[in-house]
Design a protein around this ligand. Structure first.
Ligand SMILES: NC(=O)c1ccc[n+]([C@@H]2O[C@H](COP(=O)([O-])OP(=O)(O)OC[C@H]3O[C@@H](n4cnc5c(N)ncnc54)[C@H](O)[C@@H]3O)[C@@H](O)[C@H]2O)c1
Length: 277
């Protein structure tokens, strides 16, 4: 146990089954945190259609699963691209649960992939807005609250292997995740004096809903069937498997705890050795 009892944690994009956000919420609830499950809840146009997002019924089911650990849980819809909604997410959390100790910026879009020479400006904007502007807005308002509380806090940005290496068809995704590491470092330097620690976690491939879309996309591009493609990923991994959502949740729980009290400004790979710089 990491002694996180009674801490209050917001996890954005945590309302989708099989997602990294769901696993983080369950792990932090297990560790005793009161939890805010935040996600879109309702589709927002073709780029954020129901098949890609966490809908209200999923948010509620994940909240119930967290409640089974005996902690308080709220569900708060928030489109992380919109500043007023991010501000309201922080405000409602503090008003209902009394404080905010942990923000996990997990919401992300990883399925708008196109050849670079055909990359649509609209796709670029959605990916950058969700993956980079979202963490900026949520972190900004969470930091205001944490500074006012005066007892420090933890911000964790879920970046990616694509924050360290390039990937084809993924110009926007790769740029957004590299940028997220820059945001992490800048925030760590600036917010350290308030005892707010800011770190990024960089997963390799995990077959979440988003990961499943990527498997289908890349297997088709490479002319492989789905299973052969998955095997090819496993074979290049030093630990011989793809990531699991729980691998990321365990790293997040560690970074939230006092065991990581002197760790800030890092972008930590959780990739089975696939990424090591
Ligand atoms: N699955 C992987 O292989 C992998 C690898 C590295 C990094 N990641 C990152 O992990 C995070 C979680 O991804 P996942 O694989 O669990 O996928 P997922 O699709 O299960 O989770 C992404 C969540 O973000 C939410 N979201 C999208 N747009 C939003 C918006 N505007 N406002 C609020 N929420 C929004 C979705 O509704 C969804 O619940 C993402 O940031 C992703 O980039 C995933």
């Amino acid at each position: 146990m990491y002694q996180l009892t009674n801490k209050v944690a917001i996890i954005t994009g945590s309302g989708r089954h099989k997602g990294i956000g769901e696993a983080i919420a369950l792990k932090l609830a297990y560790e005793g945190c009161n939890i805010v499950i935040s996600d879109l809840g309702t589709p927002k146009g073709a780029d954020l259609a129901a098949e890609h997002i966490g809908v209200t019924s999923e948010m509620n089911a994940i909240a119930d699963a967290c409640r089974a650990f005996g902690v308080q849980v709220l569900t708060i819809p928030c489109d992380v691209r919109i500043e007023s909604e991010c501000k309201e997410l922080i405000h409602q959390t503090a008003a209902s649960l009394g404080r905010i100790d942990i923000l996990v910026n997990n919401a992300g879009v990883g399925y708008l992939m196109e050849p670079f020479t055909e990359f649509k400006e609209s796709s670029w904007d959605v990916v950058l807005d969700v993956n980079l502007k979202g963490p900026f807005l949520c972190s900004k308002h969470a930091a205001v609250q944490m500074i006012e509380q005066g007892t420090g806090g933890v911000i964790i940005n879920i970046a990616s292997q694509a924050a360290k290496s390039g990937f084809p068809f993924a110009a926007a995704y790769t740029a957004s995740k590299h940028g997220l590491v820059g945001l992490t470092r800048s925030n760590a330097v600036e917010l350290g004096k308030h005892k707010i620690r800011v770190n990024a976690v960089c997963p390799n491939h995990i077959t979440t809903g988003l990961g499943h879309w990527q498997n289908s996309f890349f297997s088709e591009k490479l002319g492989m069937d789905y299973e052969t493609y998955l095997q090819s990923i496993v074979q290049k991994n030093p630990l011989g498997r793809t990531g699991q959502t729980e691998d990321i949740a365990k790293a997040v729980a560690f970074l939230c705890s006092d065991e990581a009290a002197y760790i800030t400004g890092e972008a930590i790979n959780v990739s089975g050795g696939e990424e090591y710089h």
